[in-house]
Design a protein around this ligand. Structure first.
Ligand code: SF4
Length: 368
C-alpha cells in the first residue's frame, strides 16, 4: 500500500509521521483521538484539524484499508463481516452482542498455515499475516457498524483472537495492535478484556507469559491424547500434548488473581466426545494440576468438513464427567450458527465460491 495506514501507528509513530509533514506534535494526539477515540473513518470528519492538513493527510495517508465484501446478521444479533485487504485477501470478523458486553472475534491472519481438520480456514492455507492496522480496523469497523461512527459504546467490549489464523504466528503485529487498542485516548480496550487463542505454539506461550500487561490465553486442545490430536491438529506433531501442557504449567506462574486459562475443546460427534475421552481429558489436566477451565464448543458443521456436532446431551454428559473430576467446564452457546460465525467459516466459504446465506450490504455501512 502506497499510503501510510494510520490506524496501525502507535502514538509515537504517529508523532513522527506528523513531524514529517512539518506539523506540531499535538496534531498527532488529535489525529489518534479522531481515529481511535471517535472512530472517524475519513479525514474530512476531523473538523478540529485545519483544512490544509486534512488535505495533506488525504494525499499521503489513509485511515482505513479494509473493504467490506459482505455482512451477515444472524437472528440472534451476531454480525459477521467478510472484508478484503487492499491486496485482495479475505479477512473475517464476528461481532457478538450480549446483555452485559459485546465480544468481537477478530482474525490475525488471512487464511491459516495450520491444518486443523475441523476448520474451513485451514483449506485456504496461509495467505498472509495481517498488519497491526488491519487487526485494529476490524474492531473499529464492527463498533461503528453496531453503534455508528463516534457514538460511545453502551457496554464494555471484549476481544477474542479466535478468527482466522494462528495469532502466535503473527505475534509482533498482534501485540502492537493490542498496545494501540489499550491507549486511553483511543479504544481503551485493556489487555485484561482480550483473550488470544492458540493451537499450541509452545515458544509463544512462554513469550506471552513474560509479556507485561498481557492478554488472557486460551488453547485449542480438541483431543485428550496425541494420537487423536495429531489427526485433528497436526501442529501437535511439532509440539505434542505433554510439551504443550508443560508450557501451560509455566504460563500458570503469570496468572493474576482469579485468572484461569482456558482450554477450548471442539465437540465432534463420534470422534472426541465419548465418556472415555472426557475421563482422559480430566485425568490429563489433573495430572498437570492446571488452574484452567474447559470450554466445550459445539462444532459448526460445514461442507466439505467431515464432522458433525455432538448432540447436546452428549456435550452435557461430557461436561458432567469433567466437573465430577474437579475440572471447571462450560458449554459455549453457539452464536450466529445460522450465518456460520465460527472460526474460518466465512472466508473459506467465500473463497470456494459458495453463495453467502443472507447478504445485506444496504444498511448504511461505511465500508473502507
Ligand atoms: S482452527 Fe485456527 S489454528 Fe487451526 S487451521 Fe483453523 S484458523 Fe488455523
Amino acid at each position: 500500500m502506497k499510503q501510510t495506514h494510520l490506524i496501525g501507528l502507535t502514538t509515537a509513530e504517529l508523532s513522527d509521521f506528523v513531524a514529517s509533514l512539518g506539523q506540531p506534535a499535538y496534531r498527532a494526539r488529535q489525529i489518534f483521538a479522531g481515529i481511535h477515540g471517535r472512530r472517524l473513518r475519513s479525514f474530512d470528519e476531523m473538523t478540529d484539524l485545519p483544512k490544509e492538513l486534512r488535505q495533506q493527510l488525504a494525499n499521503q495517508a489513509t485511515i482505513s484499508s479494509l473493504r467490506l465484501e459482505s455482512r451477515y446478521i444472524s437472528s440472534d444479533g451476531t454480525r459477521r463481516y467478510l472484508f478484503k485487504t487492499y491486496d485482495d485477501y479475505p479477512v473475517e470478523t464476528v461481532f457478538i452482542p450480549e446483555e452485559r458486553r459485546d465480544t468481537i472475534c477478530f482474525s490475525s491472519q488471512s487464511g491459516c498455515p495450520l491444518q486443523c481438520t475441523f476448520c474451513l480456514t485451514a483449506q485456504l492455507g496461509l495467505l498472509r499475516n495481517l498488519t497491526a492496522g488491519e487487526i485494529v480496523e476490524q474492531i473499529i469497523f464492527a463498533l461503528n457498524d453496531a453503534y455508528s461512527v463516534g457514538v460511545a459504546t453502551p457496554r464494555g467490549t471484549n476481544l477474542v483472537g479466535m478468527g482466522a489464523g494462528e495469532p502466535f504466528l503473527n505475534f509482533d503485529h498482534l501485540m502492537k495492535a493490542i498496545g494501540i487498542m489499550n491507549d486511553a485516548a483511543g479504544l481503551h480496550i485493556v489487555p485484561n478484556r482480550i483473550t488470544i487463542s492458540t493451537a499450541g505454539i509452545v515458544p509463544s506461550i512462554r513469550e506471552l507469559a513474560a509479556t507485561p500487561n498481557r492478554p488472557h490465553l486460551a488453547i485449542s486442545l480438541a483431543a485428550p491424547n496425541d494420537k487423536l490430536r495429531n489427526d485433528l491438529m497436526p501442529i501437535n506433531k511439532k509440539w505434542p500434548i505433554q510439551e504443550l501442557l508443560a508450557a501451560c504449567k509455566e504460563f500458570e506462574k503469570s496468572l493474576r488473581g482469579n485468572e484461569r486459562f482456558t482450554f477450548e475443546y471442539v465437540m465432534l460427534r463420534g470422534v472426541n466426545d465419548s465418556d472415555s475421552h472426557a475421563r482422559e481429558l480430566a485425568n490429563l489436566l489433573n495430572q498437570h494440576d492446571l488452574r484452567a477451565k474447559v470450554n466445550l464448543i459445539p462444532h459448526n458443521p460445514a461442507e466439505p468438513l467431515p464432522y458433525q456436532p455432538s448432540a447436546p446431551e452428549r456435550v452435557e454428559a461430557f461436561r458432567e464427567i469433567l466437573e465430577s473430576k474437579g475440572i471447571h467446564a462450560f458449554i459455549r452457546r453457539p452464536r450466529g450458527r445460522d450465518i456460520l460465525a465460527a472460526c474460518g467459516q466465512l472466508a473459506a466459504r467465500s473463497a470456494s465460491g459458495e453463495p453467502p446465506l443472507s447478504i445485506d450490504r444496504s444498511r448504511g455501512l461505511r465500508a473502507g
